[in-house]
Every structure is written in C-alpha cells, then in structure tokens.
Design a protein around this ligand. Structure first.
Ligand SMILES: O=C1O[C@H](COP(=O)(O)O)[C@@H](O)[C@H](O)[C@H]1O
Length: 266
C-alpha cells in the first residue's frame, strides 16, 4: 500500500478538464520518450476516449512539449470486452471512432494492441486473456525476472459502482496477484465477458489518471474519497496501491460535497 495520497483535480466542465489533461498526458509522454524512446499507455473504454480525444486533438502550438508524437505511442487496452473489434461494445472500436481515426497524418500513427479476435467467441475467456498477456510480454520484452509490465501511463474511468478497468466491487479478481491480464466472466455491466489488466499491473504504472465527470459519479466519488466503507471499491484500491502516482481529473458536479483535502492545481 502506498503511503502518499492521490491527487484530485476538478474543473468547471469537460472542456476545461481536457485542456489540463493534454499537458498532463504530454508530460508523461516526454518523460517516457526520454527514458526509453517509446510511450506505453493503456486506455479504458466508457466515457474516457471522448475526453481523451478532446484533449489530444485540440489545436496545438507546434512546440515539442505540446505535440503528441503518436508514432512513438504503443496503445494497449486497460480492459476489453470479449466481442469482435467491429462490435458496438468493443472498447477498441470506441477508441478508433473517437480518437484513432481522427489523428492528423502529420502527428504520426500509434501502434495499437487490440485483443486477438480469434478467441472472442470461446466459452472460456481465459485464452483471450492469455493471448493479451502474451502480447504485453512481447511488448515489454519481459525476461523471467520481470514480474510486471510498467506502463508509462494508464488512463482509467470509474463506473458509478466504483469499478475501474473490468475490476468490479466484491469480485474475486481483485485478489489476483500473479496474472497481468485476467478474464471476467460475470460483469454486472454488459457485456458479461471481458478481460482486464489486474490490480498489481494498474498500481505498478508510472502514472495513473482517472477521468470521471458528471453528477452521476458524485456518490461513488464521495465513497471512494471520504468514506471508510468505500476503501474496498476497485477505484479506491488503485488509490491505496499507487498513492500520489494517481491523478483524478473530474468536473465540479462529480466532486460536489467531497471533503478530501488533497486538491491541487496542475
Ligand atoms: O465498462 C466499462 O466501464 C468503465 C467506466 O465507464 P464510464 O463510462 O463510467 O467512464 C470503463 O472505464 C471501462 O473501460 C469499460 O469497459
């Protein structure tokens, strides 16, 4: 468990949030490129891709600090549904529609790591999870001694029940210690079959950003930040495991009435 606290930022609306998310992501990009000349990022589905696109596709001033170098990005999925890549429930399709298909050619093209479609109709989603874990192992050049992949940045959403990735409240999967990617076969939010990065992988990332907006998230964010009972919620477990590596990008309606003290400006 981390001893430091997460950062909680809130903005008047999604536009203002996206304006601050952009430099945050680009600072992560620059740090990663300086370290290993590639930027390995995991992206969620849900409401996140639209906000990310708003941040990254905004007009830029052309300076290196303000320019996404997409050709050096390796994009993975924090979770994915066991559906074909052209299915309306696919997180890949969502990211493609919101962001990937709109990246101007001069910014380069990222390398994207979707799930292996050949396993999406298997009864058991373990093979789908294993295939994705193998992709991660290849991409992170894992040796026997490397226990976990260290993403440069993981971009997360938080559902109204406190789930993040496809890690749901009370599910056994929250206890997973060894696997990097695991199957979820009983998601309370459809579709039921999914794969997800595990909690140890999420909390090992160099930077973790949640994006949560709207009054519909107010009650769960209060539970996560202010209430002892919320400590076992998956999103709260990320806070506890990763401490100040975690930054929450919210809007004012989502954090109305929250007392949590660590609110900063970027
Ligand atoms: O099912 C999912 O939901 C979460 C949260 O979605 P949001 O719309 O409330 O932001 C999302 O982060 C995850 O990737 C997705 O599969």
């Amino acid at each position: 468990m981390a001893t430091s606290l997460p950062n909680l930022y809130s903005f008047p609306n999604t536009e203002a949030l996206a304006k601050q998310l952009r430099p945050y992501v680009l600072r992560c990009q620059h740090a990663a490129l300086a370290r290993h000349n590639t930027f390995r990022v995991a992206v969620s589905g849900g409401s996140l891709p639209a906000v990310l696109a708003k941040a990254l596709l905004a007009d830029h001033n052309g300076s290196p600090e303000d320019t996404p170098q997409f050709s050096k990005w390796q994009i993975f999925f924090a979770d994915e549904r066991a559906v074909p890549l052209d299915d309306k429930d696919s997180n890949y399709l969502l990211l493609k529609d919101e962001l990937l298909s709109k990246i101007p050619a001069e910014l380069g093209a990222p390398t994207v790591h979707p799930i292996d479609e050949k396993h999406v109709h298997d009864d058991d989603t373990q093979a789908l999870a294993d295939a994705y874990q193998e992709d991660l192992m290849r991409s992170f050049a894992a040796k026997e001694s490397v226990k976990l992949p260290i993403f440069d940045l993981i971009l997360l959403g938080c559902g109204p029940d406190g789930h993040t990735c496809s890690l749901f409240p009370g599910h056994e999967l929250l206890r997973e210690k060894d696997a990097w990617v695991a199957p979820e076969t009983n998601s309370p939010k459809p579709p039921p079959k999914r794969i997800t990065l595990t909690l140890p992988v999420v909390t090992s990332a160099s930077h973790i950003a949640f994006v949560a907006t709207g009054g519909g998230k107010k009650e769960i964010l209060k539970a996560i930040f202010d209430n002892e009972e919320g400590r076992s919620l998956p999103s709260a477990l990320v806070n506890h495991g990763a401490g100040d590596k975690v930054s929450w990008f919210t809007d004012h309606p989502a954090v109305e009435g929250i007392a949590f003290p660590r609110r900063g400006s970027l």
